[in-house]
Design a protein around this ligand. Structure first.
Ligand code: HMG
Ligand code: MG
Length: 296
């Protein structure tokens, strides 16, 4: 069941940088272009959310408009509502993502509405995106725990995932938003969701807050899932745990997959270079152990 190829969905320029001190638009553009040169094919480069909620993403339109696009690379953006979608289409996003949650409290605090209301808001986004021929990805947050509610029922994760999939999302990304999962429950969760959404339409989006992300991915790979979200240099902190690490570092993921003989098409050294450069712009050292080892 373990795949021999994994598609990496790089979220550093969005999930990472939304949780870091601001960098310049030029730094973001340089990062996205460097990721493309390293062989990353799917890059989340923007987020069209309220700039009052997430000021770090306010220049998303300028980022998308000014990158030198590379053939075969998809540049995507988060779009919580129709306003976000229109801005993303205008800026030339190749695909967009709607983002819901398996926790009511998280949904309320993150996008200011209940799970049910979020589904209602996503419907016109989906309709308009389909009309514009733009694929829509769906995120489900808090799949292994919520910062406000603690444990989340796996059945609720499966229910929300199925709704987003049936609405037309081409892929459902399962977010361990606060990185609390461990291998056995991560695998159980993926197995349960794959009863409702085909496993080849699922992606893992595991934050590394508790240092479990690689172990969780390894456990879940055996279910056949073959799309993994990660963030170069481990960019991104955790707004719910001050000082904690962010997303799983893409370099660490690629290193593990290389060792397993699983293809990613990514050049580890160029990837680490991209991560080191953006870390320098942020005035900190890379959050990737592998990048530290091979660049030291
Ligand atoms: P709201 O306040 O309920 O929305 O926010 P509203 O429609 O009442 O609008 C309020 C103001 O926001 C208005 O401006 C709108 O124009 C503006 P004002 O009149 O006050 O000047 N506005 C917008 N501006 C730009 N782009 C837009 C947009 N929409 C409204 N698209 C809203 C609702 C969803 C907008 C807000 O709650 C928001 O922006 N939330 C974003 C939260 C966020 O970005 N979280 C991080 C991303 S999710 C994540 O990281 C998890 C993930 O990685 C997976 C995982 O790890 O689990 C994906
Ligand atoms: Mg995330």
């Amino acid at each position: 069941m373990t795949p021999n190829k994994v598609s990496i969905f790089e979220v550093g320029a969005r999930d990472g940088l939304q949780n870091e001190l601001p960098v310049t638009t030029q730094d973001k553009i340089a990062l996205v272009e460097a990721l493309g040169r390293a062989g990353v094919k799917r890059i989340e480069a923007a987020s069209f959310v309220s700039p009052k909620w997430v000021p770090q993403m306010a220049d998303s339109g300028d980022v998308l408009r000014n990158i030198s696009r590379q053939d075969g690379v998809t540049y995507s953006a988060l779009t919580p509502n129709l306003k976000g979608l229109e801005l993303a289409l205008d800026a030339g996003a190749d695909e967009v993502a709607i983002f819901g949650a398996a926790s009511q409290s998280f949904s309320q605090r993150n996008i200011n509405c209940s799970i049910e209301e979020s589904i209602e808001r996503f419907a016109p986004v989906m309709e308009r995106a389909i009309a514009a021929n733009i694929p829509v990805r769906g995120y489900v947050s808090c799949v292994l725990g919520c910062p406000y509610e603690g444990d989340i029922a796996i059945s609720e994760v499966a229910r929300v995932s199925e709704i987003l999939y049936k609405m037309g999302c081409y892929e459902i990304s399962l977010g361990d938003t606060i990185g609390v999962g461990t291998p056995a429950n991560a695998r159980r969760m993926v197995e349960a969701v794959s009863q409702k959404v085909p496993v080849d339409k699922l992606a893992l989006h595991f934050h590394d807050t508790y240092g479990q992300a690689l172990a969780n991915i390894l456990a879940c790979l055996e279910t056949g899932v073959s799309v993994i979200d990660s963030s170069v240099a481990g960019l991104g902190g955790c707004p719910y745990a001050k000082g904690a690490s962010g997303n799983l570092a893409t370099e660490d993921l690629v290193y593990m997959l290389n060792g397993l003989g699983i293809e990613t098409g990514i050049d580890l050294h160029l990837l680490a270079k991209a991560g080191n450069t953006i870390s320098q712009a942020l005035g900190k050292s890379t959050g990737s152990k592998v990048a530290r080892a091979i660049s030291g």
